[in-house]
Design a binder for this molecule. Structure first.
Ligand code: MSP
Length: 552
């Protein structure tokens, strides 16, 4: 059984989940579900990045005074920070309480959106902190950590140093704030030592950084700018202490990237689930896919692989960076008040509709623009009039002309002539041919929007097939041809539902139910499900409510 270990970025908890984070997470969920449907051994990891200074700022801002409870944060048990975590004082308590409450909210959001992550890692957990310490020591022993004075402009928004040339009017263009001037003695990581090895790896593994445009960007960055970077900060009250030097705190990105391994590594009191047949522990690593936004590829495609090389660990197979979207043409920001809440949208339209819109409207890997107006247009055009209508149309005919029973004709499907077009049943059947291979090839290349497009094209074909074969006419002259056509249509719906499992899981189940297949169908393997003829003769359909009632 192939293993598939997939991760999303771990998100900062200085705010509630917004649609950008939901986009990455939903896309990862689609891929995780797809691989599970194929029968792969899947581990899907999500989590929260809690040791960042921006979380500290948010925590302190959220309370009127240190005595009272943070706004919107319920009093709850606050785990004691494990050894290695820094700051014993008041700030630490406030921040811990804040991150506890926020992490719970992030988890709730993903649960409400129906995401199927197998684990959720918080970087304040002992299993993570222990691993970070162990890793630091390894890299230190390799001679890749040294102390030096650093002077630079630090943007807490990015949690990174900025060069003068990256600033606009002295401000970080992404966060519109003036970075802090820092000058202190820090620990550095010898990234420059790995420059050639990184370029070689990227060159020899075209699948490592995708899409291609991002690969070119990273190659240029590594070639021209990859210098040693600071991996600690002095006198911070929050974060993981540098082993052996508690006055220094490990740089939050150095710590955060390690979540991808800490979550699958056993430590005292923690045993990760292991992929079947692979033994305990580190069997999940290396990750098969890190899904990230394009804003953080430098960290994932330069810093991270160099850190792994230093520690002598294998590199992830692929880092795929998707694009960023604006909202109605504008950058999403709290100041503009256009931050979209994914939960509110999902409650209004349903989880599947949100998933469909996000994955269909944006070419995966490219930038896009989010618009609720377009979401509604796609809903009415493609879900209500498209999918919902096709399902209702087919099942109504099965009820009307075949007493609601599927008949699987024994002879090979008929070649039917409709209008002036010959309808090749094999094309309509799709089952073993083109349709599935196209769909799977798109997913293998992360072209999720195109995979959906393939399904919708197939729906149009089935619609045309109805128009051309005219079952209502066939019903007047014997049952044989009629049943063959109805079977082709109903079996076509079964294939559509299978292709929708990763994208619209609730809808897929609903279609199975309406086809009279129920939960037994989803227990099949993807391979068996792809064969033509899965619908058995004699099955009674159970036509239900319309899948997507039209929006006014
Ligand atoms: N904590 C780091 C990641 C550490 S991973 C080891 C971080 N967190 S974040 O909360 O800022 O999340 C950034 C990610 O959120 C992006 O990479 C992307 O996946 C997602 N997005 C945030 N805004 C987005 C858009 N406007 N559009 C698309 N994705 C967006 O960076």
């Amino acid at each position: 059984m192939a293993k598939f270990y997939i991760t999303t970025p771990i998100y900062y908890v200085n705010g509630l989940p917004h649609i950008g984070a939901a986009y990455t997470s939903i896309a990862a969920d689609v891929l995780a579900r797809y691989h599970r449907a194929r029968g792969d051994d899947v581990h899907f990891l999500m989590g929260t990045d809690e040791n960042a200074q921006k979380n500290v700022e948010a925590a302190l801002k959220s309370i009127p005074s240190p005595q009272s409870s943070p706004e919107g944060v319920e009093d709850g048990p606050s785990e004691r920070r494990p050894r290695g975590g820094k700051g014993e004082g008041e700030t630490q308590e406030i921040v811990q309480k804040y991150v506890d409450a926020m992490a719970a909210k992030w988890q709730e959001t993903w649960d409400e959106l129906g995401l199927t992550n197998d684990d959720f890692i918080r970087t304040t957990e002992p299993r993570h902190i222990k691993y970070v310490e162990k890793f630091w020591r390894k890299v230190e022993a390799k001679g890749d950590i040294y102390k030096s004075v650093y002077e630079g402009l630090y943007c807490t928004g990015c949690e990174a140093y900025k060069t003068e040339s990256e600033l606009i009017d002295g401000k970080c263009p992404d966060h519109m704030r003036v970075p802090k001037k820092l000058s202190e003695e820090n620990y550095f990581f010898r990234l420059s030592r790995y420059r050639d090895a990184l370029l070689k790896h990227i060159d020899e593994h075209p699948e490592f950084i995708q899409p291609e445009a991002r690969r070119n960007e990273i190659v240029a960055y590594i070639r021209d700018h990859a210098v040693d970077f600071s991996i600690s900060r002095k006198n911070l009250e929050w974060g993981i202490a540098v082993p052996g030097d508690p006055a220094q705190t490990i740089y939050v990105w150095f710590d955060a990237l390690l979540n991808y391994i800490s979550a699958v590594t056993p430590s005292p009191g923690f045993q990760p689930s292991s992929p079947s047949g692979r033994g305990e522990g580190e069997g999940w690593w290396p990750a098969d896919l890190h899904l990230v936004g394009k804003d953080i590829i430098k960290f994932h495609c330069a810093y991270w692989p160099a850190m792994l090389m230093s520690a002598g660990l294998p590199l992830p197979r692929t880092v795929f960076a998707h694009g960023f979207f604006t909202v109605d043409g504008q950058k999403m920001s709290k100041t503009l008040g256009n931050v979209i809440d994914p939960v509110a949208l999902a409650r209004k339209y349903g989880n599947d509709v949100l998933r469909y819109y996000l994955l269909r409207d944006f070419a995966f890997g490219e930038d896009g623009d989010f618009s609720e107006v377009r979401l509604r247009a796609r809903y009415n055009g493609e879900l209500a009039n498209g999918l919902g209508n096709l399902v209702a149309r087919v099942l109504t005919m099965v009820e009307k002309y075949a007493d609601g029973v599927i008949h699987n004709p024994t002879q090979p499907p008929l070649i039917l002539r409709g209008g002036d077009r010959l309808v090749p049943p094999l094309k309509v059947r799709g089952g073993e041919g083109e349709l599935w291979s196209q769909y799977e090839s798109y997913i293998a290349h992360y072209q999720l929007d195109r995979a959906l497009d393939t399904v919708w094209q197939y729906m149009s074909e089935l619609d045309r097939y109805i128009d051309e074969t005219q079952p209502w006419q066939l019903a007047k002259s014997g049952k044989e041809r009629l049943f063959a056509v109805l079977y082709t249509l109903a079996e076509g719906l079964r294939h559509i539902a299978w292709m929708l499992i990763p994208f619209m899981p609730e809808t897929a189940r609903n279609i199975f139910d309406q086809l009279g297949l129920g939960t037994a169908e989803v227990k099949k393997s993807f391979k068996d499900a792809q064969k033509w003829g899965g619908l058995k003769s004699g099955v009674k359909i159970e036509r239900g409510d319309s899948l997507f009632p039209r929006l006014a």
